[in-house]
Design a protein around this ligand. Sequence first.
Ligand code: KIV
Length: 300
Amino acid sequence: MTKNPASSSPIQGERKKVTIRTLQEKKNRGEPITMLTAYDYPLALAVDKAGLDAILVGDSLGMVILGYENTLPVTMEDMLHHSKAVQRGAKYALLIGDMPFMSYQVSTTEAVRNAGRFLQEAGMDAVKLEGGRERVEVVRAIIGAGIPVMGHLGLTPQSVHALGGFRPQGRSANAAQHLLEDALILEEAGCFSLVLESIPGRLAEYLSQHLTIPTIGIGAGAGCDGQVLVTYDLLGFFDRFTPKFVRKYANLHDEISQGLAAFLNEVRTGLFPASENTVEMSETEWEAFLNSQVGREEGG
Ligand code: KIV
């Protein structure tokens, strides 16, 4: 796909709320789509201010925020709590709530209700869910309720046990064919976009060319219509591991450690707080206070 990066930079004063149509128009024009995850107010504010097209409140929060081993323990209540905070911080980006494990697998009715909660209670614009042909009925029902759905194929972390670990997908001709079919099924069902995670770059490019809806890649190479990363990975704020496909643009973990060590040291050595960090009162009031104590102290 030919990309047109120059025309993708926001012109000041012209910024508009991003919708699913904006993403489609970007694909049509060959402009790269940008998406990052956020889980709270300050990060959402920063990502939105940076000009990203979309913010995914990913269930990756289970790992990077809540410290679980994988995303399976994440609940609807966790997702809504964080989605509400993100919504308060982001004005322009398209907001996508990630449906957690077991919120859409049990029944179509429950899936529609849970998807609706992301929009009704947390101000999201759309939802994302994992899986291909096995989820098509649920995808259709959620879209039928007027809720835009982003699909997610390839390495689908909620199926970590079924996949035998966090491993790349679609590397055999059969697996690639299966992924292509799933992608076409989800497009036909009405998904407005697909996340392609950890699949060969040439397959992701092929899928992107054979779909009319935009693909957003993570560990799927440069041939996708857009890119997403877990923001804590690219900022170097998640300490446990960094997937091979991540590029670190900052090292917040180290910076935070340095900041905390400096605080500890300055408190211990009396350098903090300084006078500028201290609340003052006027000399007159202080004198009046001390004078008022004289009789009291003498009296006992
Ligand atoms: O949960 C998440 O952050 C995701 C992205 C990795 C696409 O699903």
